[in-house]
Design a protein. Sequence first.
Lengths: 267, 289
Amino acid sequence: MRTLVLREMHEAMRGRWLVAGAAVFALLSLSVSHLGFPGVDAPGPAGSSRAVAGLLDLVLLFVPLMGLVTGALGVAGEREDGTLGLLLSQPVSRATVFFSKFVGQGLCLSLAIVLGLGLAGLAVGWEAGLGEAGSCGVLACDAILLGVASLGIGLLVGTLAAGRTRALTVALLVWVWVVLLADLAICAHVGPGARFWASLANPVQVARTLCLLALSATNEGLGTSGGHAVGTFHVGGAAALLCGALAAWVLAPIAAGWLFFRRQGIR
Amino acid sequence: MILSVRNLATSFGRRRALDGVSFSLDAGEAVALMGPNGAGKSTIFRCVLGLLPYEGTIQVAGLDATRQGVEARRRLGYVPQSPAFRSSTAAEFVHFVAKLRGVDKRMGDEALEMVGLAENRDRPVREFSEGMRQRLSLAAALLDDPPLLLLDDPTANLDAEARARFLELLRDLRAEGRSLLVSSHRAGEVRGLVDRVVMLREGRVEADGPTGDVLPIEQIGILVTHSEDLDSARRVLLPHTIEELSSTEETLRVTVPADELLLALDQLRAAGLSGTRLRVCSIEEAEVR
């Protein structure tokens, strides 16, 4: 398995997509953290909290995109160019090949997130002190979980899609849904209680609420659904529910992907 | 028995791609799977490698290809029609496969040497010609010294020279006593290489028997006359020659398989023998002259 994990990491580093994504993410993280500092002429509350809020928005927008595309292309692309067939014709099990992709790509994605948010954390820590830089650590943990969940969904998409182009298209549609449309669709139709439960069906919303819950001393900024959850289950209960939901989002797509992959014909 | 395939069947959607295919391969034997495109040749390889779900039984050296897939594949080397891993260098590729197969990477270097790619070991595979890529695939397939090689139409994308070189490598492996299962739709290619031919059509075995019985040779004569370089012509025609008839100092008379005639003429031309007087004729005519 080690050989295959290292190969996945090597391929991810050699491929342009993840490296370019990591570079853009690092650059944007630095810019966003800089805009939050006092003295910078920007609207909204000044200080590190504004910087971290900006970084959270960036994470929720960018990390799912990186995870979805990396996962989708990892399976569909290699199936299309014959690499997957050649790998599976060697004396290794399908489980080893599939889960090596998940682990290898997950490690690369996590590295990209740590790099981007690490630079931003250093900048925030320099301006606002070590305690504030810790917020970036919490954000990084949340981002890694979201990234790994998105990667699992991407691998599921790549397993089911017929080719590279279709996999990429579906991955982008999923991204538009989870980042933009899902929340709008839910907000328009249901009240705060139902909205909280409905938001658990979207990993981006789960990661957002969980991060805000971890970083906020008050319920401000949690939104109506998050506020409702804290009101109903208290902070500990809401956090446990959100952690469970995010764990399910990490495990369920990759388990579903494996169920399809193990029986799939490679032509 | 190194490979046993019994009542193999599989479908792509509603289409039955294989329907009750049975054949076997003894240790040291070379067998060709032949048939038109869509006959099921590549599909059989994919079933043997565990890439496609199937009905029936496949055993590799007594191991079930599904239940004991990993161990079964350890006894197989596979050369696909189009090699992958194009972003790696040749050395990276064979070392990676060596690691997967649990053998020392020095065996990878030896395999590169064997197929004549040692000098190109650090070049990216994407810069290789098709012939070099196929030789690289063969090098990877030979790691761990598997008793059975599966070659899926390995010369399909090769030019005449690369094809001749690749077939020579296969003939060497054959002479070492290695078992080969090779798919092709070129009768001329497999005639000098395999003991038996399994002819497929629409997913079924149409014929299974010794090469000469399944692929009777339709011969045609070539006369090379008044050439200054009959020896060169003889060398070029040698891989295709079925029989050299009574030749003189001024005339070379050979018979070649009819389906190799165009290739042989192309090779004569490529060898600079276009100025020679060539004549294509029936066997009877070649014998009389």
